[in-house]
Design a protein around this ligand. Sequence first.
Ligand code: R5P
Length: 311
Amino acid sequence: MSQTLLIPMPDNERLAGRLADQLDCGTGELITRRFPDGETYLRFNTELGKRSVAIVCTLAHPDEKFLPLIFAAATARELGASKVGLVAPYLAYMRQDRRFNPGEAVTSRQVAHLISQAFDWMVTVDPHLHRYGDLSEIYSIPTRVVHAAPLVSRWIKENVEKPLIIGPDSESEQWVTAVASDAEAPYCVLQKVRHGDRDVRITLGNLDAWRGRTAVLVDDIISSGRTMIEAVRLLAAQGWPPPVCIAVHGLFADRSDELLVGAGARVVITNSVGSGRSQIDIAPLLGEAMGALADLGPPDSAGRRPRPHGS
Ligand code: R5P
C-alpha cells in the first residue's frame, strides 16, 4: 500500500491539497519560521515513518525558498523517509543555461546539481529548455515534465474566436507550435533581441494576412513583462486590438501583470506559481506525472490510489 505523503512548503498548501485529493494520499505539516537573525527554523509536525515523501514547492523567487527546501529534504531523510521527491511547478534558474559572458555562473546546472543531491525525483511544468534539449542533461535524478500546451490550447478554443497565435521570440516557438496545432489556429513567431533585463527589442513584421483575427501572444514565462509589453505595444502601433497574453508561468516582476492589463491586454496564466490571476489548472497533469515517480501504489478499480496508513 502506498505510503506517499505530500508536504507543502509555505504557500504551496492549496496545490498540495489538490494533489492529495487527486492521488488519494495524505498531506503532512511542516512548520517553518525565521529566527531573529534571519536563519530558518524548520520542524516536521507529521510522523514520516518510512513513507515516501513528496515536497511541493514552486520556485518563483527561489533564493528565499531554496535553503529551507534543501533543509526540508535532508530532514525528511534523517527522519526515515524512504524516498524524497520534489514537485516544483515552476523550476527556477533554467534561463541561465550558458556562460553568456566570461566569469558568469551557469546557475541552471548548479541548481540542478543541488536538487539532484537532495531529492530522489522531480516533477515540473514546462521548464525553460532552450539550450538544453532535456532535463536529463543537467539533472541526475528521474524527472517528469508536464506540458501545459494542451490546456492552453483548450482555453484558447473555449475563449477566443479566430485566434492568431503569436510567439514573441524564437525560444517560444516550441510552445507556440504545439498550442497552435492543438488549437487549430495559424501562428507566427516574432524576432526578439534582449539588450538587458528590462530592455528588449522585437520585430513584428507584417501581420496583415491575419487581419480580423484575435492576436494571442503565447510564451512560457512573463517575468519583467518587457517581452509581452513590447509585443503588445507593436501590435497596437499596427492597429491591432489589444491581444490576449498567455504564459505558463506568471512571475510578474515589476507588476508587469498590471502594466499589461493597463495596456488593454487580457492576461492568462496557469497556477504553476500560484498567482490569483491563474485561469488554467495544471494540478491534474502534475498528479498524473507524480504517479509515475512517487511510490503511490496501483490505483483501485475506481482509479483511486490507496490512502497511506494514519492519514
Ligand atoms: C525567454 O526567452 C522567455 O521565453 C521569456 O520570453 C522571457 O523570460 C520573458 O521575460 P520578460 O517578461 O522579463 O521579458
